[in-house]
Design a protein around this ligand. Structure first.
Ligand code: UDP
Length: 245
């Protein structure tokens, strides 16, 4: 099986058209082959930020895979007449890769989130993923990015997970990814969820594509994220119109 997937381009960002299972399998193959890999999981807020910031758009376009993390991306692909099968979220992918890493005795470096979240992960991760070789676990509030990158390079992990939020995590990865042979992936607020400090929406809300609503009510600061959606959908409709004519 090849590791390349067809893509659907939504406002200049090419999203892979596949399932979480196939995507995860492709990433695992690349890790085994020691192929350097940069994964971005993007939602409409990230797409709109890239739309307004060409430097960040270039960073996203340099990734090996951009996955549709957000129902808004699925809606966008639908409008473009090229539907995607399902969301591929940073959190689900992170969990699948940590489990695989534990089963296969692979190494991982985790950087991001607040010190108290990292303190909890220091206890939780070895219990949950006993076979995983955790070669780095540090918070995301560092001053010296080069020093962090040097440590990652020295550890040469199979997988680097950066939970610094966007655009920081993608900029960090694009700058330093070539210092190791492995996977580099931005995972947003996933460490907070992993540590249990932020809950994912209950299954009911996820199943009905309302996780965004649940999380916005729980965390009103997220409102600015969904505020971009009307503008995003307008731009996608304009793209669809251009492509039809
Ligand atoms: N963060 C960090 N360093 C920073 C800014 C943010 O490590 O300089 C962390 C923050 O603690 C949180 C994550 O990055 O764990 C961003 O989470 P958010 O919920 O904003 O991202 P999303 O999941 O929506 O992408």
């Amino acid at each position: 099986m090849s590791s390349t997937f067809p893509t659907v381009t939504v406002l200049d960002i090419p999203f892979i058209n596949t399932t979480t299972a196939q995507f995860t399998a492709a990433v695992q193959r690349r890790i085994v082959q020691q192929q350097n890999t940069f994964v971005v999981t993007a939602n409409p807020e990230i797409v709109m930020y890239a739309h307004d910031h060409p430097d960040y758009r270039d960073v996203l376009q340099s990734a090996d895979y951009v996955t549709p993390d957000g129902i808004g991306i699925l809606n966008g692909a639908q409008i473009l007449g090229d539907p995607l099968p399902e969301r591929i979220t940073g959190f689900d992918t992170l969990q699948a890769l940590l489990q695989w890493g534990s089963d296969q005795h692979r190494s991982a470096y985790l950087v991001g989130a607040k010190p108290e979240v990292i303190a909890r992960l220091k206890t939780i991760l070895p219990q949950r993923y006993p076979g995983l070789n955790i070669v780095g676990l540090r918070d995301g509030y560092f001053q010296d990015a080069q020093a962090v990158a040097d440590d990652i390079a020295a550890q040469a992990p199979d997988m680097v997970f950066a939970a610094l939020g966007f655009p920081k995590q993608e900029q960090f990865i694009a700058t330093y990814r070539h210092t190791t042979h492995g996977l580099w992936m931005g995972v947003g607020g996933s460490f907070d969820v992993l540590a249990g400090t932020v809950a994912r929406a209950p299954e009911f809300w996820q199943k009905h594509h309302l996780e965004w609503f649940y999380r916005t009510v729980k965390e009103p600061k997220r409102l600015k994220r969904i505020a971009v959606i009307p503008h995003y959908l307008r731009l996608v409709k304009q793209q669809a119109k251009r492509q039809r004519s």
